[in-house]
Design a protein around this ligand. Structure first.
Ligand code: NAD
Length: 335
């Protein structure tokens, strides 16, 4: 290994500059007003990873390659998540997907993968105590998020009380999901903003972020946000054996779960799911930027564990960016 002192000064400078730029872009992105495209951000991140592969001593815990999200603003009260919220590792082509499946298969006997759409929205954490929604927070840096309970309560898709007609509510349930603005609502909102002489949002994701992070929940209430849940954090009084089984429970409790999720038993079937949605990318009412593949069995998920920023038992297969989100459009944002 190369010691810190062996890193040439110009490389160290380049690393510091890239890291600072990535941190700044991350901060703006999570506020809902990015100034560069995701493809450009991903390119800078790849450049940083390359430097760190060449000089491993540059990999410190505060490097953007090791972190989740961004530190929170001081506009909302901080909330510590009961269980860490993570990000996802990416596969940008079939080779990277196959390499992930091989790594996983070499460690545990996988019988089922869960294929889900990767919703391009905002990660949110909901906490239910004895069936009552007591808190909602943004992901923040994965450990501490922003308290947006009042805003989340305005979203019709989010139950304030869990439905107990099929199963009693558990003592504690932390659920994770994605808040988004449906495509039709996004068009309407931008038309309305234009009528009012205000700048439009560049894309539905920014619109959802801007709408959710409002100091006045009445503004949030006027924006028809929706949500889908895709994971469970801390829980007490419920046994979860499979990710797919957890979705059945969540659906029975009235939480919004996607009906496009599929359990499959081979990498070939994962590929078919990815190919199908590459062709039908605009069928869902929300924007997607890829497919998330997860090991379905929770005992195997535990054995695989996770890195500082992402689980080893899941991967995000990213579709190539679409032309519509240009850098120019990205600059025009609104709050
Ligand atoms: P990510 O968006 O690539 O993936 C992780 C997130 O996916 C999870 O936190 C989860 O909330 C979400 N997700 C959606 N559907 C899911 C499902 N079915 N199952 C599980 N999770 C699901 O990672 P990230 O860390 O949130 O952000 C990185 C992305 O943000 C990159 O694509 C990057 O381009 C973009 N970004 C852009 C800018 C910019 O300035 N343009 C800045 C920072 C980040």
């Amino acid at each position: 290994p190369i010691s810190a002192d062996d890193v040439p000064a110009d490389v160290r400078e380049q690393h510091a500059r890239l890291s600072q730029d990535l941190d700044d872009h991350s901060y703006r992105y999570y506020l809902g007003s990015p100034v560069i495209s995701d493809a450009e951000y991903d390119r800078m991140m790849a450049e940083l990873r390359e430097l760190e592969a060449r000089y491993p001593s540059l990999v410190t815990p505060d490097s953007p390659t090791q972190k989740v999200g961004a530190p929170i603003s001081n506009e909302f009260a901080p909330v510590e998540h009961l269980e860490r919220m993570q990000s996802l590792d990416n596969a940008f082509d079939d080779e990277q997907l196959a390499a992930w499946a091989q790594r996983v298969g070499a460690e545990v006997p996988v019988e089922a993968f869960l294929c889900e759409l990767k919703i391009d929205g905002l990660a949110v954490d909901l906490v239910y105590e004895r069936g009552r929604l007591v808190r909602a927070a943004t992901r923040g840096d994965g450990r501490v998020g922003e308290d947006i309970t009042l805003n989340i309560r305005t979203i019709d898709a989010v139950p304030l009380r869990l439905d107990e007609s099929v199963h009693p509510a558990p003592e504690l349930l932390e659920v994770r999901g994605e808040v988004f603005l449906p495509a039709a609502a996004f068009e309407e909102l931008n038309a309305r903003l234009a009528d009012e002489g205000k700048p439009p949002f560049a894309n539905p994701r920014n619109a959802a972020a801007g709408s959710l992070r409002q100091k006045d929940p009445r503004v949030t209430a006027s924006r028809p946000l929706s949500m889908l849940v895709h994971g469970v954090g801390a829980h007490r009084g419920v046994t979860i054996t499979h990710q797919s089984q957890s979705y059945e429970l969540l659906a029975a409790w009235g939480l919004p779960v996607s009906d496009r999720t599929r359990v499959v038993s081979s990498l070939e079937e994962v590929r078919a799911y990815i190919a199908y949605y590459a062709e039908h990318r605009h069928d869902p009412e929300y924007e997607i930027d890829g497919v998330v593949v997860k090991v379905d069995d929770v005992a195997l998920q535990r054995r695989l564990g996770s890195t500082s920023r992402a689980p080893r038992w899941a991967i995000a297969y990213k579709y190539p960016p679409e032309e519509v989100t240009t850098t120019l459009l990205d600059i025009k944002t609104s709050v």
